[in-house]
Design a protein around this ligand. Sequence first.
Ligand code: ZN
Length: 151
Amino acid sequence: MRRAVVLLAVLCVCDGLKFGQLCSGNSDNSRRISDRWGQGHYGARRVNREHKGLDIVCNDGSIVYAPFDATLHGNVIVYTDTSKAAINNGINLRANGLCFKLFYVQPDRTSGSVRKGERLGIMLPMQSVYPGITSHVHVQMCDRSDPTKYF
Ligand code: ZN
């Protein structure tokens, strides 16, 4: 009985991961709703696929913060299309057994550990590739499941 209680407590810590502020100027992690390029929620329709992440508003050039204590696991190549080179970067983060990708961020570094609120890097110039879009960090789980519950 005692063992069961301890196990439950551990599970609750894992489930409790919540994103802190991701981007300077967006203290409540406001989401991209809708613009001429599409919608920002998980599962939104794209031309020939589904949007597999959640978009958090972040103006070009803003500071991007670690949303939780995490370890860094290399950068992310988002596109093979060279016309999008200006925003083709990101960072892999792991915490609490979960694996996340943040797209469109120029990371300061790509290994080691970070504390919640520590600077991760800079939001890339999304307007130069998608004029008129709501500039945003794209948050994607490594297994492409829905990250919304962590906000
Ligand atoms: Zn997205």
